[in-house]
Write a protein that binds this ligand. Structure first.
Ligand code: NOJ
Length: 747
């Protein structure tokens, strides 16, 4: 155990022998000296004065923080940074407050700090766990250098409704992919240990089912069955916690009638009892107070009581614990032991972070200079960005482009745009930094002649710029369209009822189409968009999310084939908003429509379908093309029947049947044909990203045991059920080979 910086009042006590590990006893001894006011101070987390990320800002000047820190009224500040700035505040906490407890410095480090990475949904599209872990590691190192010791990430909310703006912050619609991404990010942020000055604590969020907001409207009501909660929405949280996430954030939504921040099923039964989570639970911004607006509590004292008693330990921005808990304890309404338990979590976190050993270890002016936007970090950002791009269409092999003398028109409001390339959670990433698409292309292909015309903007319906864009298109050999959403169109509070291209961008594309020139559409977004017209009329379409600092370089590398695209969609792209929520792992209905027009009239009519669009997505989950092609063959299964204690081995051979080296994400799915509750038509159970040279083949295997077939049933038991299973393998969730086996009831 390392030597800790222990407040003076503690030194005498620590001399005593204690059966507990030192950290625990140090926490206990510190706790024993705290007044009620100092205790609630440790539960009070407030935003700093650099960036406001919520609805009400404290009318603070740093002077006010200084006083509050001195009085021990603040456990930490968030969304501030800068070694000098942070260390000045730490010094006040450590040297001028009575107990000298250091501060947590939190921040929303969601997709990078100053080196900005693709939106999390984009990173998930890489299906590249090692790369995602590395990106989180870079983000942690930069953040730690500027004094941050806790990130409010990973965001692991499953999202099946693209209208929801926060889709951009998560890993899409699938619990398995979401779980693997959650683990990778936690590993990246926390490294081998919290006390390492180049790692930061993770905070998995938003617990739970926030992504199931009705109608995709942010903060909206969630009402889902408990087995749906457990089968779909909780696995990524469990994965993040098993990977060691130090903290967790509660969600804004109510779940089945109870606000998440006072939800005892979530916080006590599942988180504490079943998962044995020992870390601090942090509320989201003012969501303790918002229980009044939900109509769940009569006043803020009751809100404080219910949240604390349920197991929310830290109050973000409501200051309700600070104001209400001491009196509630004095009045005997809330037990002091409940308060103590919350304080213990926070003190333990600060100890684990090494803050009692060295409160200044997270802010270092030298490290800031050495690490921020270092060459190595920008290289990682470029590699991550290249891997996040998904090639959705490439008719006639328009791509890859060839370098050399030609006229290229880059057209669209995002073609030479810096600010929007940073994405929605990028208030730290400076606006001047990202390499624009135009800049990247020009730097890559020095012989080509590039012209740039915006053509329209992202927000208005003005078509004034169309004529100039059409003129540029006519003169060009190839048109690169840079279209999509602006950064603020996704993220918190950014739900959109229409998920078509905003403004008049689709009209611009239609006008340019008349030039007859080959077009390549680079579509930026934080969510799946409706891209039907593009799909039908534009030869090449790429989903590029927002790619961050290295946007232009990554785009150039992909368009020119320097990097062969390998991304696969983490969310289904719909044909119309009316299909939402849309996800590949849906249930079968009693009247599923097969799309078979030979069915007699009445058979066709009374089916689960839309009259105007097919049920299927435009681009399915797991979908993405490459400049080469892959063939799947020899899908074999080693046993037709297995027992509950046994496992089955699936094998498949994947061959690069094209002429370029490339990477493929091999995806394994199952279908449990009959269940005590109905089962999804497909469920992802494994994937592997492989590289293949032209003509090269690899044989891959997956072992499935009864554990992999298990699910939560209506009676809240978890287990596999004997019966027939189908298994599938392919390069997306739609185009698969299949096999089957039986799970026998024998143990
Ligand atoms: C509210 C958001 O829901 C949450 O994700 C974020 O971490 C906090 N604000 C702090 O900015």
């Amino acid at each position: 155990m390392k030597k800790r910086l222990i407040p003076v009042l503690l030194l005498g006590l620590l001399a005593c022998e204690s059966p507990q590990p030192q950290s625990d006893s140090a926490v206990e001894e510190l706790l024993a000296q705290m007044t009620l006011e100092e205790k609630v101070g440790q539960l009070n987390f407030v935003v700093g004065d650099l960036f406001n990320t919520g609805p009400t800002v404290r009318t603070s000047e740093s002077q006010r923080f200084d006083e509050a820190i001195k009085k021990g009224e603040i456990t930490g500040l968030f969304n501030i940074h800068g070694a000098d700035y942070v260390n000045r505040l730490q010094r006040i906490a450590v040297e001028e407050s009575r107990l000298g407890i250091p501060l947590l410095i939190g921040a929303d480090i969601i997709h990078g700090f100053k080196t900005v990475f693709p939106l999390s949904i984009g990173e998930a599209a890489s299906w590249d766990l090692a790369m995602v872990e590395k990106a989180a590691q870079v983000a942690a190192q930069e953040s730690a250098a500027v004094g941050i010791n806790l990130t409010f990430a990973p965001m692991v909310d499953i999202s099946r409704d693209a209208r929801w703006g926060r889709t951009s912050e998560g890993s899409g619609e699938d619990p398995y992919l979401g779980s693997r991404m959650a683990e990778a990010r936690v590993r990246g942020f926390q490294g081998k240990g919290l006390a390492d000055p180049l790692t930061i604590a993770a905070c998995v969020k938003h617990f739970a089912a926030y992504g199931a907001a009705e109608a995709g409207r942010d903060y909206n009501t969630v009402d889902i069955s408990e087995y749906e909660l457990r089968n779909t929405y909780l696995p990524p949280f469990k994965a993040a916690i098993d990977a060691g996430s130090a903290t967790l954030m509660t969600a804004f939504n109510e779940l089945n009638g109870v606000p998440a921040t006072a939800h005892t099923l979530l916080l006590q039964q599942i988180l504490q009892k079943e998962w044995q989570f020992e870390g601090a639970v942090i509320s989201d911004w003012q969501n303790i107070g918002e229980m009044l607006a939900h109509g769940y509590v009569a006043d803020s004292a009751q809100a404080a009581q219910l949240a604390l008693e349920a197991g929310t330990h830290v109050d973000m921005m409501a200051e309700i614990f600070l104001r209400k808990i001491p009196q509630l304890v004095r009045d005997g309404v809330v037990k002091e032991t409940v308060l103590d338990e919350a304080v213990r979590k926070v003190l333990q976190l600060k100890m684990d972070l090494g803050l009692f050993d060295n409160p200044y270890q997270y802010g270092s002016a030298e490290k800031e200079k050495e690490l921020i936007r270092s060459e190595a970090f920008l290289k990682t950002a470029r590699e991550m960005a290249e891997r996040s791009i998904v090639l959705l269409k490439n008719e006639g092999q328009v791509l890859p482009l060839k370098k050399g003398k030609k006229k290229v028109a880059v057209i669209g409001p995002l073609g030479n745009n810096k600010a929007d390339m940073n994405g929605s959670w990028s208030f730290f990433g400076e606006e001047q930094h990202p390499v624009t698409i135009l800049e990247g292309l020009k730097a890559f292909d020095t012989e080509a002649e590039f012209t740039y015309v915006a053509g329209c903007d992202l927000y208005t319906n003005s078509t004034e710029g169309f004529a100039e864009a059409v003129a540029a298109a006519r003169k060009a050999d190839v048109i690169i369209l840079a279209i999509g959403e602006s950064a603020p169109m996704n993220g918190e509070g950014a739900s959109r009822a229409s998920i078509h291209l905003p403004g008049v961008q689709e009209d611009l594309v239609k006008a340019l189409h008349q030039s007859g020139k080959p077009m390549i559409a680079l579509v930026s977004s934080g969510r799946p968009l409706v891209l039907n017209w593009l799909h039908e009329n534009v030869p090449a379409v790429l989903a590029m999310w927002t790619l961050g600092s290295e946007t232009g370089h990554a785009v150039a590398n992909v368009l020119y084939g320097n990097y062969n695209p390998s991304g696969k969609l983490p969310m289904s792209f719909p044909r119309a908003e009316g299909q939402l929520p849309l996800y590949y792992n849906h249930k079968q209905t009693g009247r599923m429509y097969t799309g078979d027009h030979s069915e007699p009239g009445s058979e066709r009519v009374y089916r689960s379908r839309y009259r105007d669009v097919p049920n299927s997505p435009l681009y399915p989950f797991g979908y993405g093309l490459s400049y080469t092609t892959f063939e799947y063959s020899d899908f074999t299964i080693d046993k037709q029947t297995i027992s509950l204690a046994d496992s089955v081995k699936l094998s498949v051979t994947v061959r690069n049947s094209g002429t370029l080296a490339g990477e493929e994400v091999v995806q394994w799915y199952i279908r449990d044909e009959v269940g005590s509750i109905t089962r999804p038509v497909k469920e992802l159970k494994g994937f592997e990203k492989i590289s293949l040279a032209p003509g090269e083949s690899k044989t891959l295997s997956l072992h499935l045991s009864a554990d992999d077939l298990a699910f939560w049933r209506a009676d809240m038991t978890f287990g596999a059920e004997p019966g027939s299973f189908q298994v599938f393998v392919g390069g997306n969730s739609r185009d698969v080979l299949n096999q089957s086996f039986t799970l026998s009831p024998q143990p």
